[in-house]
Design a protein around this ligand. Sequence first.
Ligand code: NAI
Length: 251
Amino acid sequence: MAQYDVADRSAIVTGGGSGIGRAVALTLAASGASVLVTDLNAENAQAVAAEIEAAGGIAATLVGDVTDPGFAVASVERAGELAPLRIAVNNAGIGGEAAAVGDYSLDGWRKVIEVNLNSVFYSMRAQLDVIGANGGGAIVNMASILGSVGFANSSAYVTAKHGLLGLTQNAALEYAGRNVRVTAVGPGFIRTPLVEQSLDAQALTFLEGKHALGRLGEPQEVAALIAFLASDAASFITGSYHLVDGGYTAQ
Ligand code: NAI
């Protein structure tokens, strides 16, 4: 497991109960951070916190919805009780319905934009000043390869992830003076419940072939990049978008 020293600070991981968020929470905790695992799903969040504690780490959970701006504030307060908040990984997200733009439902569109884009604004709005006041730190926002290329029948998801890159750049510019670095990551298709539950075996095989490495990624491979970006080892990195996509966008 990749490890960078992030001791003496707390980290919020949204959507930390499953998939990539779970791997990020475990990796940050193994690297010394006290991790607040937030999720809609209480059972999964608690299971991840228990896994961290069993490995000798420090964790807590907070159950709620990232589309509630008040939940973002409560998360920052709860993380601050563990240790000074200096890391946030805004990871929670959903896939949304599959439809062409002309057929996309209004409710489906609004839901994906709210969960995958607006929630990151709500989260950062609560996180940035506090991280700055704690001496600085890092926010990593979960974009996707679909933050820079399209994917037919996923317009709301693609739009949200593209928007996230602009939001990331702006926050980076505005908070650099307070030593808060803000970056985004762009994973290719990663083997998580989100992907496995929405795609059949044929679609998964097709997607494997879209990555130059000929397979999907594993959550841990994304967590390794995020642990680096969140740590002081990445001290000259801000405002940027980092792919971890097995060569998907190189073709
Ligand atoms: P996942 O479905 O395994 O985990 C997502 C977690 O977020 C779940 O625990 C879920 O309960 C939580 N969540 C969803 N909506 C929430 C809400 N409104 N409030 C609080 N928690 C909520 O999904 P996965 O694959 O780990 O995805 C995590 C992030 O990575 C998402 O933002 C996704 O768009 C992004 N991503 C995933 C890729 C993949 O291929 N799996 C590729 C690129 C990006």
